[in-house]
Design a protein around this ligand. Structure first.
Ligand SMILES: [Zn+2]
Ligand SMILES: [Zn+2]
Ligand SMILES: [Zn+2]
Length: 135
């Protein structure tokens, strides 16, 4: 169950598994897509106020439990930080899909060479397009 999983994740991140934290993390795990603070408020039936959600998400972010995703929608979105992946967003209806496709390693090497950086540790990449329903 998501609540059980959330509790385990909180404990392994050395966070107390409070009701609010479990609820928020379980919601993010269940949705499996990026959600805004407003979405999270609705999904948790307004049992958490906006300030609490923001504060909790910040704590989760510091512990690597959630990831902030910028999908250019003018608001921050958060998702459970599971496997590394990318997204494609419909610019008409806002539908978000996860992608299993990642950049080839060679590109990361090229970036390192071109930038003369010592290491390239991570990257963020999102795609935008129009879904079939919106054509
Ligand atoms: Zn995602
Ligand atoms: Zn669409
Ligand atoms: Zn990637």
């Amino acid at each position: 169950m998501n609540a059980t999983r959330a509790t385990e994740l909180l404990r392994s991140a050395e966070l107390r598994a409070t009701t609010q934290r479990v609820l928020l993390l379980a919601t993010l795990i269940a949705e499996a897509k990026p959600l805004s603070v407003d979405d999270l408020g609705l999904r948790t039936k307004n049992s958490l106020d906006t300030a609490t959600i923001y504060r909790t998400l910040e704590t989760f972010k510091e512990k690597g439990l959630v990831r902030r995703v910028d999908l250019d929608q003018g608001r921050a979105l958060y998702e459970h930080a599971g496997e590394h992946h990318h997204h494609i967003v419909c610019t008409k209806c806002g539908t978000i899909r996860d992608l299993d496709i990642c950049l080839p390693k060679t590109l990361q090497n090229q970036v390192r060479e071109e930038s003369r950086f010592a290491h390239v540790n991570q990257h963020a990449l999102e795609f935008f397009g129009v879904c079939k329903k919106c054509v």
